[in-house]
Write a protein that binds this ligand. Structure first.
Ligand code: CU
Length: 170
């Protein structure tokens, strides 16, 4: 009798463990992503500054600071290293003009789904298209006047985590 009881308990334990482990695998993983400033931008032979900005399913950019020189041609590539599609985890890079109210801009962006979450107005210096997991996009633009500018991802709810300083030096 004791043996049977032991067997039943063991079987129950095994079967209750199985599905739990599977659930764990399905669960979305929050990995800590290293965030570091990008102060070593490489200039290619056309005099362009190449910047690579990576983004993830965890709603982060891998750079919180991007530093460039004023007037330089910037070639910026945004990579989405995640797996979730752009409908749910879309990312873009939006460089805002000085004096833009970021909160207000982001609020209007939420309503601008048809415009790829770039609201109408004249507040951007440059922006990429919205991309989903596994995608990449590249834009080029000229670095503005010296100063500190803000860049964000304008997908609804992302900018509080996906925000950085675009520092333009003389
Ligand atoms: Cu985003």
């Amino acid at each position: 009798m004791k043996i049977i009881f032991f067997l039943i308990t063991t079987l129950t334990l095994i079967s209750s463990c199985g599905p739990k482990n599977e659930k764990k695998k399905d669960k979305f993983e929050y990995k800590k992503t290293k965030v570091e400033p990008n102060r070593q931008n490489t200039e290619n032979n056309q005099g362009q500054i190449k910047i690579v900005l990576n983004s993830f399913d965890t709603m982060v950019f891998d750079k919180k600071v991007i530093e460039v020189k004023s007037g330089k041609k910037i070639l910026l590539t945004l990579n989405h290293k995640g797996k979730i599609g752009k409908e749910f985890m879309g990312h873009n890079f939006v460089l805002l003009k000085k004096g833009t109210d970021v909160d207000e801009f982001a609020k209007r962006a939420v309503k601008a789904k048809k415009l790829d979450y770039i609201p109408e107005g004249n507040e951007t210096i440059a922006y990429t298209k919205m991309i989903g997991g596994g995608e990449s996009t590249t834009i080029n633009f000229q670095a503005p006047k010296p100063g500190v500018y803000i860049y964000i991802c304008s997908f609804p709810g992302h900018y509080s985590l996906m925000k950085g300083e675009f520092i333009v030096k003389e």
